[in-house]
Design a binder for this molecule. Structure first.
Ligand SMILES: Cc1cc2nc3c(=O)[nH]c(=O)nc-3n(C[C@H](O)[C@H](O)[C@H](O)COP(=O)(O)OP(=O)(O)OC[C@H]3O[C@@H](n4cnc5c(N)ncnc54)[C@H](O)[C@@H]3O)c2cc1C
Length: 380
């Protein structure tokens, strides 16, 4: 059986690792990604705020050496889900089972003025570039703003505002600066009232102004104004933006999407095309766009493939649970256990913040690198 996995992010790495652990060389798995390495989303914030350096958070795919798995660094140019055929710059791949785990693409150019007058920090390159921007920032009005929904890791803008507070304080610039957080959500983390309340309290304690239910639609770089969807404006000196998210164009062109994302069976992650699955940010499965959910979905797809390969009945279904770590600054991290799709309204249980959960978060990252890349992440 040949399994072709498109995308070596959270979903693709977990899926191929599990297939290799269970089936080894008995199965032929091809893992395709255009990048040369993996970077955790949270590492972007660590680099941006000077807590580590870019080289320390880049995990090269050349370290993906696993029985049964071949990594190919190339760009996917077209996907035919009916025939499970993929065209890439490295040739054509035919699959018995095709898994699309290509994530969400980011489009800073879709927001007028963002490229010219602001900074996005959701791409790897964007976040790493903001590190230099911050080093040269002498204080002033900082706005952290979201330009579209859905967006990856809904807690990340809140974490950014809190980490910005610490950063400016350490540099002696906090007294001459303002921090505003603008989000399209009514509360910072809708499934968890406790986590939302803790964040809103933390904003108030630090003098961070919180602007819910607001979407940023443009920047006016000449007048240094952030423009909201309702026409109101906010002055800024430094804008840190979450850019527009879309399914990668190759996925949209494949006919797999409805309303911009790939619809899947929420229990099995099957698309409407036989033998084609989709996991993670590229789907509209109903969980937030976050790595923990992509990983959980990958496990379910791996179990289905393993069962088919062994001629067993598969009983593994997706439960929509995940654990998110929330940076409060000052080395304090909270843990939120969120559940979606259980037939009840989404829920989120808050623990912390504390330094103990900072160690937990570190373990979350290092354990994935050990598992996916078979090496230690010593300089985390
Ligand atoms: C600032 C920030 C902080 C975050 N913090 C967290 C966190 O603490 N916890 C958490 O769980 N999540 C976090 N996230 C979200 C997390 O990074 C994503 O949700 C997660 O990576 C999604 O996994 P995925 O497998 O669906 O896609 P991705 O991990 O995005 O992987 C998709 C892969 O597809 C590849 N690809 C795309 N198009 C092509 C193509 N045409 N050809 C070949 N390859 C292609 C890409 O190179 C990429 O490697 C954060 C995100 C950000 C931006």
């Amino acid at each position: 059986m040949r399994v072709v996995v498109l995308g070596a992010g959270f979903g693709g790495l977990e899926l191929t690792t599990r297939l290799s652990e269970e089936l080894g060389d008995d199965i032929d798995v091809v893992l395709i990604d255009q990048a040369d390495g993996f970077v955790f989303g949270f590492s972007k914030l660590d680099v941006m705020f000077g807590r580590t350096v870019a080289a320390a958070v880049h995990h090269p795919y050349r370290d993906v050496v696993k029985p049964g798995v071949t990594f190919v660094q190339t760009t996917v140019r077209s996907i035919d889900p009916a025939t499970r055929t993929v065209e890439t710059d490295a040739g054509t791949f035919d699959a018995d089972v095709l898994v699309v785990a290509l994530g969400a693409d980011l489009d800073p150019g879709a927001t007028p003025g963002l490229v010219e007058g602001g900074n996005e920090f959701y791409t790897v390159a964007g976040a790493f570039a903001v590190r230099d921007v911050l080093e040269n920032f002498g204080g002033g009005r900082v706005v952290v703003g979201v330009t579209s929904a859905p967006f990856k890791c809904p807690p990340a803008p809140s974490e950014t505002a809190l980490m910005m507070h610490d950063y400016l304080t350490t540099r002696g610039l906090r007294d001459t600066s303002e921090i505003a957080l603008v989000m399209p959500l009514p509360v910072p983390i809708p499934p968890s009232p406790d986590a939302s309340a803790a964040l809103i309290t933390a904003f108030a304690e630090r003098g961070i102004s919180w602007h819910p239910n607001q979407l940023v639609v443009a920047l006016d770089p000449e007048r240094k104004m952030v423009v909201f969807a309702d026409g109101r404006e906010m002055p800024y000196d430094l804008f840190l933006g979450i850019p527009v998210h879309r399914a990668p164009s190759v996925v949209v062109a494949s006919g797999l999407c409805d309303d911009g994302w790939i619809p899947v069976n929420p229990l099995t992650l099957e698309t409407r095309f036989p033998g084609v699955y989709a996991v993670g940010d590229v789907t509209s499965v109903g969980t937030p766009k976050a790595g923990v959910f992509a990983e959980g979905q990958a496990v379910v797809v791996a179990d289905a493939i393993i069962a088919t390969h062994r001629g067993h009945t598969n009983s593994s279904t997706y439960d929509g649970t995940g654990i998110c770590y929330l940076e409060f600054g000052n080395d304090q991290v909270a843990r939120v256990e969120v559940t979606f799709l259980s037939g009840a309204p989404p829920s989120g249980l808050l623990e912390g913040p504390s330094m103990a959960y900072a160690a937990d978060k570190s373990q979350f990252g290092t354990s994935r690198i050990r598992r996916w890349f078979n090496r230690d992440w010593t300089n985390y």
